[in-house]
Design a protein around this ligand. Structure first.
Ligand code: AMP
Length: 362
């Protein structure tokens, strides 16, 4: 059991690491960030920082020796890095969960194996596989690299079978999967936390809208009926339990007609669609993650307000002077320097009395 005053290691220096470090500090723990970048958002609020490459074996060993446990804030960390750390220090969530979530093919197969519905898919290792898969799955379909894709990167939407060669080139001829296009009514996500004891809590379902492939708005509650919401939480619980997961994860799903749920993706970490929990719940996703990995009991995931979180992307954050005047919203800025297009600079969460957003979009 980790006690207040101890140092916990976080791989990754982005805004998720920053918010994890802030939650750790609230609980009297000390965050030690490991990332290659200097002046990262997380380092600005941490107790200690190691600036080194993810394959710097000597620095990784030194880091492991300085902390009581390690966690991570993004899933694209090389597996060799986490394996090296895990030999010296407890590391949560486990390597298995990371391996599944890093590879879209393994992820889909895992979901299928536990009886959770996904889009139809096929493994693509060479150009001929793609032509054959398009014959079976049809179009539209989405070609996605198996690894390292995020925010729509490494994806190509095929609208016509004649686009196979173009699609294969566009994703860099990397190992991929072809997914049938799901015609969904809305996109939702469930943030779940699982403790070392096996206890699971789920936050209320968020409804997510994207702009240019990047999350734009999360609204809670989602405009879905209670049965669908319960089913979404059951799916997230099954995923967490089947992975023997410890910490917070997000499960992104499509809601199709009749309330049918199809899982799109698992994120083995705190998630952008859970930022509203900071301002609308007693215990946020970040604190929940810290509690789980430290072997502490989970806190309440109860939501005390309806919420709408909007990401501040690029120049959106230039409006901070106006946003900070809104008395029913909380402004979060990540301490990043240049507001490049597409860069997540902060977010703003508006809260409303419970029931205000329950009929869906107002
Ligand atoms: P992903 O990187 O898998 O999270 O995909 C990013 C976004 O692309 C999703 O949030 C959806 O809006 C869209 N998308 C991805 N896969 C599919 C699919 N198979 N069918 C329909 N839309 C998809």
């Amino acid at each position: 059991m980790i006690a207040p005053g101890m140092e916990i290691g976080i791989l990754g220096g982005g805004q998720l690491g920053r918010m994890l470090a802030l939650s750790a500090a609230r609980l009297g723990l000390k965050a030690h960030i490991y990332c290659p970048e200097s002046d990262s958002p997380a380092a600005q609020v941490a107790h200690a920082v190691t600036i080194a490459a993810y394959d710097d074996r000597a620095m990784l060993d030194k880091f492991a020796d300085a902390v009581a446990l390690v966690t991570y804030e993004f899933e694209n960390i090389p597996l060799a890095t986490v394996k090296q750390l895990a030999r010296r220090v407890p590391l949560w969530p486990g390597i298995d969960a990371l391996g599944v979530a890093q590879d879209r093919l393994r992820e889909k197969r895992f979901l299928q194996a536990i009886g959770i519905e996904t889009a139809p898919f096929a493994a693509i290792d060479k150009a001929a596989d793609l032509t054959a898969a398009v014959d079976v799955i049809g179009v539209p379909a989405v070609l996605k690299t198996r690894t390292l894709g995020y925010d729509g990167k490494g994806q190509f939407m095929l609208r016509d079978g004649a686009q196979c060669a173009q699609a294969w080139r566009a994703i860099g001829e990397a190992p991929a999967i072809l997914e049938g296009f799901v015609s969904f009514e809305r996109e939702i996500s469930v943030i779940a936390a699982r403790a070392i004891s096996g206890d699971v809590v789920c936050y209320d379902v968020a409804e997510n809208e994207h702009r240019n492939h990047i999350l734009d708005i999360s609204t809670v509650p989602a405009a879905i009926d209670a049965d669908t919401a319960e089913q979404a939480q059951t799916i997230a619980t099954m995923v967490a339990t089947s992975l023997n997961y410890v910490g917070v994860l997000a499960v992104e799903m499509f809601v199709c007609s009749g309330g049918k749920l199809i899982v799109n993706e698992i994120a083995p970490r705190v998630h952008n669609s859970g930022h509203w929990t900071i301002d609308a719940c007693l215990v946020s996703q970040f604190e929940q993650h810290i509690r789980a990995i430290c072997g502490w009991p989970l806190g309440s995931a109860r939501r005390h307000s309806d919420a709408r979180m909007r990401n501040l992307i690029g120049a959106d954050a230039d409006d901070w002077g106006a946003l900070v005047r809104n008395r029913t919203a909380a402004l979060h800025l990540y301490g990043k320097g240049a507001a490049r297009p597409g860069r997540k600079m902060g977010h703003v969460t508006e809260i409303f009395p419970t029931g205000t957003l329950s009929a869906g979009k107002d």
